[in-house]
Write a protein that binds this ligand. Structure first.
Ligand SMILES: [Zn+2]
Length: 158
């Protein structure tokens, strides 16, 4: 049987990768709780380092040029994946970063509790047993709202 061609083995993320990423983020990372979500941004001028970091973070990759002509590369992740990374990286950080992340995780937990206490969806439908899907992550989805987005997209008549 011929050997399979062009098969790159799936790269494994190791503890060394995590430590190295933590080092970069300790120095150059930005951690925030913004618009009700967790956010991590890393930006640097080294394209190869940034491509590696973005591969690890599975983030959104951007680049932009400063007035000086310098090109800056960015990797950004938000939401539950940002929360997951904060929990993973926490142990590797210094006190200042730890304090910042503690605050973000506390805000995230508070929001989760507040959401669980809500009796109606953002459009005002009640979360009854019949009208609620329970999602795998434990959050609820309104069936009435889901139906609104099913079917053909309405066409604008003008
Ligand atoms: Zn709804």
């Amino acid at each position: 049987m011929p050997a399979p061609k062009n098969q790159t083995p799936t790269p494994q993320v190791g503890l060394g990768d995590i430590r190295q990423l933590a080092g970069l983020l300790e120095g150059e990372g930005y951690f925030a709780w913004r618009q009700g979500g967790a956010r991590i941004v890393l930006q640097m001028c080294d394209e190869d380092v940034m491509r590696w970091a973005n591969w690890l973070l599975r983030g959104r990759f951007y680049s932009y040029k400063r007035k000086s002509g310098l090109v800056v590369f960015m990797s950004a992740i938000t939401g539950i994946r940002a929360v997951g990374w904060m929990m993973t990286l926490y142990q590797f950080f210094g006190e200042r970063r730890k304090e910042k992340i503690k605050g973000i995780l506390a805000a995230w937990r508070r929001r989760g509790k507040a959401m669980a206490l809500r009796t109606h969806c953002p459009r005002g439908h009640e979360y009854t047993k019949e009208n609620t899907y329970l999602q795998r992550k434990g959050s609820r989805e309104c069936k009435s709202c889901r139906r609104m987005f099913q079917g053909p997209r309405p066409r604008l008549a003008f």
